[in-house]
Ligand binder design. Structure first.
Ligand code: FAD
Ligand code: NAD
Length: 549
């Protein structure tokens, strides 16, 4: 990502742009002429301390997994022609804090609406946590492990293959390639749209001024009319754990694990914990999965939740439910997890996957009168506007649903609201896609919800083992469940467990979205390709209709 050098910081509309060497580095007291007042200066000092702490505390936030740099070549700077002169004195119409999916979508929508936009991110590559440490590496890793499992199962190879455990960072070779391609694709989007991208840490000085610390410890200020905060999230790290210990990991640090283990504890059985349970068992590790609740992924339809728990046990995952950490004992070559129930679990390493926190600490929100909640998240209204009228927020930093899929749409919608699009709508319905092995995907209501709401529903099911396509590609388990109103046949929920579930769900989602066509009969009266996994919809629909009397 192109770093804007101080020399680029020309001022085309009469406002001062300051650069200064970090006080911390130089040991010098800053020149008071370079700041607008004592209070502001204190805020800046505080921000710098916080930001530096964040960098120290969380180095992975700024270090992409793939260190091959893909620089932005546009060189589009403040000297460039303004696309459209909005009626204000600020340098930019809009500033975007964070170049993840939410930030990218917001920047694209803003620039296509004729606004002069700048995006700021501390990483030297675009893509955000989603591309560098979240969605992309974990899904590419899962695919490699999935291939390995199929390879080991295939009788053509089992005899010839030496069964060897592989360290995680070697399996990540494919992920590095995907990351590089993703960064390259997204870099081109910024370039083609001539969006300025600055590498640096952003924090607020006031509601129209940002302070940006570039990676060479140079600070500058930029002024803007509106801002959108899309700084994302990072793993929540409780103080009782030492994440510098080589056997203690979170979902960012795990990507650097360079040794093989026989046994690993996963603390937290949320989406990340369950996806990694599949990855580790696929690599041949024994897994202790510690769940704080009594059911896995308890918001899922309970049959699906039972199915994944059953398959996990088959693959050698020991699920320990209703447990809570007391403390962790660390040693050079092992760890012992002490649970409040009195149990002690010894293992080669631990992956802590119990929640995430919004990256708001270093933003100096106090300077603009904003306060994040205890999880570092910002509250927004239906237009993604925070309590400050020119400051918007989207993506993980606003909490629900904390998905890359939704972050992109939220960023685009927030920008649409910022520019006053009359047809902008906030994101409200998002499918669940969990990339365990096998996958889980759902949309709409669960059986439990419909029962609680006393809705007269029926169920139609299709088991993958009966589908021609599934038999051809060797899918052994999997089911598609359609929940529908028994009188109107309206589809109320779709739940899928099995490989390709995250793709299969979209057929049902499209039908559910078409209000006039949203009935089970669509699947009976429409000819699908054969043999396909989509045939599951026809089989499930006929199965469901047979129950209606
Ligand atoms: C292991 C894992 C697997 C996941 N798998 C999936 C999945 O399969 N599907 C899915 O939909 N979602 C998945 N997610 C969630 C997904 O990654 C997030 O929802 C998504 O990254 C959120 O996008 P975002 O744009 O809000 O922020 P992010 O992707 O977090 O990007 C925020 C950016 O802001 C930058 N930033 C931080 N502080 C500042 C600052 N002060 N100034 C400027 N910039 C700053 C950061 O460097 C970062 O580049 C997964 C997450 C994890 C951790
Ligand atoms: N396939 C996917 O869509 C996918 C994959 C991985 C991660 N993700 C996203 O990543 C996010 C994190 O997943 P996860 O499995 O770590 O956790 P989670 O959000 O499922 O939560 C796990 C537990 O941690 C608690 N928690 C959450 N944040 C906390 C905080 N800041 N402080 C204290 N406790 C907290 C929660 O209440 C819960 O009990 C999820 O929101 C998920 O949407 C999505």
């Amino acid at each position: 990502m192109g770093t804007k050098k101080p020399s680029d910081a020309t001022n085309d509309i009469g406002k001062d742009i300051h650069t200064e060497v970090s006080n911390k580095e130089s040991g010098r007291v800053p020149n008071p002429e370079h700041t607008e007042g004592k209070n502001k200066k204190q805020n800046i000092e505080q921000t710098h301390e916080q930001v530096t702490d964040d960098v120290m505390h969380h180095p992975d936030l700024i270090n992409p997994l793939d260190d091959t740099r893909i620089d932005i070549k546009s060189g589009y700077t403040k000297d460039s022609r303004r696309l459209k002169g909005d009626n204000h004195d600020y340098e930019y119409d809009a500033v975007v804090l964070g170049a993840g999916p939410a930030g990218e979508a917001a920047a694209m929508k803003l620039t296509k609406s004729g606004k002069k936009v700048v995006v700021i991110d501390p990483r030297d590559q675009v893509g955000g946590n989603s591309t560098h440490v979240g969605t992309i590496p974990s899904k590419a890793l899962r695919q490699s492990v999935f291939n390995l499992i199929n390879f080991r199962r295939d009788p053509m190879f089992t005899k010839a293959m030496e069964y060897k455990q592989v360290p995680l960072n070697r399996v990540l070779a494919n992920a590095r390639k995907v990351i590089r391609n993703q960064v390259s694709t997204h870099t081109r989007f910024y370039e083609r749209n001539r969006i300025e991208v600055i590498q640096g840490w952003a924090s607020f000085i006031d509601a129209h001024t940002l302070r940006v610390e570039t990676d060479d410890n140079v600070f500058e200020t930029i002024t803007f009319n509106k801002a959108i905060v899309t700084v994302g999230s990072r793993p929540y790290r409780p103080e009782i754990l030492d994440f510098n210990h080589p056997r203690v990991f979170d979902s960012d640090k795990i990507l650097q694990m360079d040794y093989v283990v026989k046994k690993i504890i996963i603390y937290g059985a949320g989406v990340i914990g369950c996806e990694y349970a599949s990855i580790f068992t696929g690599l041949g590790y024994k897994v202790d999965l510690i769940n704080n609740q009594n059911q896995l992924l308890s918001y899922l339809d309970s049959e699906i939740s039972d199915a994944i728990a059953h398959d996990f046990r088959q693959f050698g995952v020991l699920i320990r439910s209703n447990e809570e950490i007391d403390h962790l004992e660390t040693h050079d070559d092992y760890v012992v997890l002490h649970l409040k129930s009195g149990k002690r679990i010894k293992s080669d390493a631990i992956l802590w996957s119990n929640g995430r926190s919004g990256n708001t600490e270093g933003l100096n929100l106090e300077a603009i009168g904003l306060k994040a909640n205890s999880r570092g998240q910002l509250k927004v209204d239906d237009t993604y506007c925070t309590e400050i009228e020119n400051i918007y927020a989207a993506g993980d930093v606003i909490g629900w649903p904390s998905l890359a899929s939704a972050a992109y749409d939220q960023g685009r919608c927030a920008a649409a609201f910022m520019v006053g699009d009359s047809d902008a709508e906030p994101v409200s319905s998002v499918p669940t896609g969990i990339y365990t092995i096998p996958e889980i995907s759902c949309i709409g209501k669960t059986e439990q919800e419909l029962t609680d709401e006393k809705v007269p529903y029926e169920v139609g099911q299709a088991f993958f083992k009966h589908l021609a396509r599934a038999q051809i590609i060797g899918e052994r388990s999997g089911v598609l469940k359609i929940l529908f109103h028994r009188d109107t046949l309206e589809i109320l929920g779709i739940h899928c467990y099995g490989n390709h579930a995250s793709e299969i769900i979209h057929i049902g989602q499209a039908v559910m979205k078409c209000k006039s066509n949203n009935t089970l009969e669509y699947f009976v009266n429409t000819t699908f390709n054969y043999p396909t996994m989509a045939e599951a919809y026809r089989v499930a629909a006929l199965n469901g209709l047979n129950r209606v009397f």
